[in-house]
Design a protein around this ligand. Structure first.
Ligand code: SF4
Length: 208
């Protein structure tokens, strides 16, 4: 459902300091970046791309409030997480908190990647969301650009879901690790019986 246009900064002021407003979280994903990774789906996106895979993540209203430290603990608690991926929603609207989280997990040797609907050039511009530069400095990999339905791609050889999107490798150690593919899907089944489907086109589908 489309939501009325909001000023994201007004909504973001409702998030207490040291917290993130998230849409979802999973450990040990193998379809959201290189290797086995924690994934944080951030709540809030203004773009309303036709064909968006996660329209429930558009609203900037409070969904799940989690402290940065609790997320860091959760990520580090699972030794199979070798990195963390930020997806959305739009991660860069919560860039200051994500930059802090990224710095904390990197101190333990994990790598960090983010998706964004902005282009890298927009994130480097003076009009970029607050904290964008700090988050960019923490990233090993960035997948940029919005999802464009007319350029959709679903292929074992391509890591992005529409052809306009680009993979930026900021850490040279990852040049040969662009191994995930846009046609992969993964189902996580939790102890309480709930399920989460992720991977293909970056979607997050939770069900009980
Ligand atoms: S940028 Fe991503 S989360 Fe936002 S509307 Fe587009 S596809 Fe959906």
């Amino acid at each position: 459902m489309p939501h009325p246009k909001v000023n994201p900064y007004l909504s973001l002021m409702e998030i207490p300091a040291g917290h993130l407003n998230i849409a979802g979280y999973v450990d040990e994903s193998r379809v959201n970046g290189p290797g086995s990774r924690a994934v944080i789906w951030v709540q809030g996106c203004l773009r309303e791309c036709p064909g968006c895979f996660n329209p429930d993540s558009w609203s900037f209203e409070i969904n799940q409030l989690v402290t940065i430290n609790a997320l860091v603990e959760r990520i580090l608690d699972n030794p199979r997480n070798e990195g963390v991926t930020f997806s959305g929603g739009e991660p860069f609207w919560q860039a200051p908190a994500l930059a802090k989280l990224a710095a904390k997990v990197k101190a333990y040797g994990l790598n960090v990647m983010s998706f964004t609907g902005f282009t890298l050039e927009e994130l480097q511009d003076s009009y970029a969301p607050a904290g964008a530069k700090d988050l960019l400095e923490q990233l090993d990999l960035l997948i940029d650009g919005p999802y464009v339905q007319s350029q959709a791609i679903n292929s074992p050889d391509v890591p992005v879901s529409s052809r306009n999107q680009r993979v930026h490798v900021f850490n040279p150690a990852f040049h040969d690790r662009i191994t995930w593919a846009s046609n992969q899907t993964e189902i996580h089944i939790f102890k309480d019986g709930s399920r989460l489907v992720t991977g293909y086109r970056g979607q997050l589908l939770a069900s009980d």
